[in-house]
Design a binder for this molecule. Sequence first.
Ligand code: RFL
Ligand code: PHB
Length: 389
Amino acid sequence: MRTQVAIIGGGPSGLLLGQLLYKKGIDAVILERKTRDYVLGRIRAGVLEQGLVHLLEEAGVADRLHAEGHEHDGTVIVHDQTSFRVDFRKQTGTPVVVYGQTEVTRDLYDAREAANLPTVFEVENVKIHDAKGNSPYLTYQVNGTPKRLECEFIAGCDGFHGVSRRTIPDDVRQEYEKVYPFGWLGILSQTPPVADELIYANSDRGFALCSMRNDHLSRYYVQCPITDTVEDWSDDRFWEELKRRLPSEIAQQIITGPSIEKSIAPLRSFVTEPMRWGNLFLCGDAAHIVPPTGAKGLNTAASDVHYLYHALTEFYHTGSREGIDSYSQKALDRVWKAERFSWWFSSLMHRSPDQTPFDRKMQAAELAFLAQSDAQKQVFAQNYVGLPY
Ligand code: RFL
Ligand code: PHB
């Protein structure tokens, strides 16, 4: 098989890139390790920046998002028993859109299938060859049968555990990492959300987040020890702990119900540099991870897709290699700013085992300053709704 762009990974990055390239007449084949149903079963992000919304519009897959997504003009931040609001619309003129990553991915798969674009599922043992040379290709297996895909460029959209990043030699690749000493326990429940907007809470018992997917589907998180397992957390224990981390007037409003999904996610900040090696381009979680506080993961993957899609389109339409040559630097400039915001917001909102009473006082002072300062709220809002591409 032969294509122009071989995309490894059929998550949101790979699918969005594939759809945008298709709109520009550029061929791509997607290789995905899992099945479509497996990919769609992963419950992940829920908050979309306008930049991502615009890319989905450009890809022609935003109809359902516009019909079913909800614009949020602000968010609520809680410290112990007090709360304040950051008004995104007032501070930046821009809202965010609440629409699940699962739905974005479903819309992209539906569009890909409608256009009859090639996706190979359940590929095993993908290997990247000659990424630095003129004739790159991939080898892989499907049901034990060896396959080969010739291409001109490779987009490594295969997430944190994929092969693409590890193909870049150790002496070229620089990795920067911070692992946080706690995780997020998340549940999805078929209950109405407690509020119209997201609530981020810093309490003495640890962080909590009230989020949602729609009017009947809520997503809640509590910070937990990274050593915990979901078996440690019955639904009853979860709801009780969540309520204890929220002001009583909010806790009283929570409508509980059985969880339909429950999982624990570790928190990590991670960046690899460079994001390009010859004809191989890393995109999304393959190149960087943020802790989920601030909802930057999917959105930062989308900004990589934006730069790569423009670079490849420019190359195929004009022959210019300028976008290709500047891809890594442009993407990384924005990635590091998202890393900074996610790290700062995580550090502000969680309890960590090595925290001193002084550290807690610093969190309290910074939250009080954010609550009172319009300038600080504007900085927060600019970062939350997404920095420009
Ligand atoms: P993905 O989604 O990991 O997709 C990679 C795909 O590649 C496949 N793959 C391979 N395929 C072929 N060969 C191989 N060797 C392969 N290895 C892997 C995988 O099966 C998979 O299908 O990466 P992508 O596309 O870059 O997308 C990134 C986002 O998924 C991620 O950044 C976000 O989900 C992060 N995130 C959030 N981001 C936000 O912007 N807003 C949020 O509100 C938000 N909340 C979250 C989150 C992530 C979470 N978890 C569980 C990590 C909440 C949580 C709890
Ligand atoms: C979510 O709804 O899953 C979500 C929302 C905001 C975050 C992280 C996760 O910061």
